[in-house]
Unconditional design. Sequence first.
Length: 152
Amino acid sequence: FEELQRFGISRRIAGFVLPLGYSFNLDGSMMYCTFAVIFIAQVYGIELSIVQQVSMLLLLMVTSKGMAGVPRASLVVIAATLTQFGMPEAGLLLILGVDHFLDMGRSATNVVGNSVATAVVAKWEGELGPERAIVMPGELAPVLEDAGDREI
């Protein structure tokens, strides 16, 4: 939160977009669930057509909106997806042992995705620019001169 403010994003926008993002913008969790289900299908020798893979991606995009941002919450979504696509749920045990380690990358992707979403909303609202960024504690970044404004 403080780092986004140092980046030049107002407290008002960061305070609104970040909590909303952690509820509805879990990009890393959605990608992880997709890759995990495809991995399980490959282990069992189940061929998924491109249509099935895209429909799985779309399904997981929707279901990730309700996923809790806590460790192992994605396992419930993976189990439901395996059932939906007729794959053995026992495949979930294949990723159970490494899920803790993969959670670190999933969380980092979620944080980056929510930070980018916050920056996009701030830019959209006109509250993001180099003049708002804090370079050092208490100092503002110098306003960059636009090359189009100078006479040559």
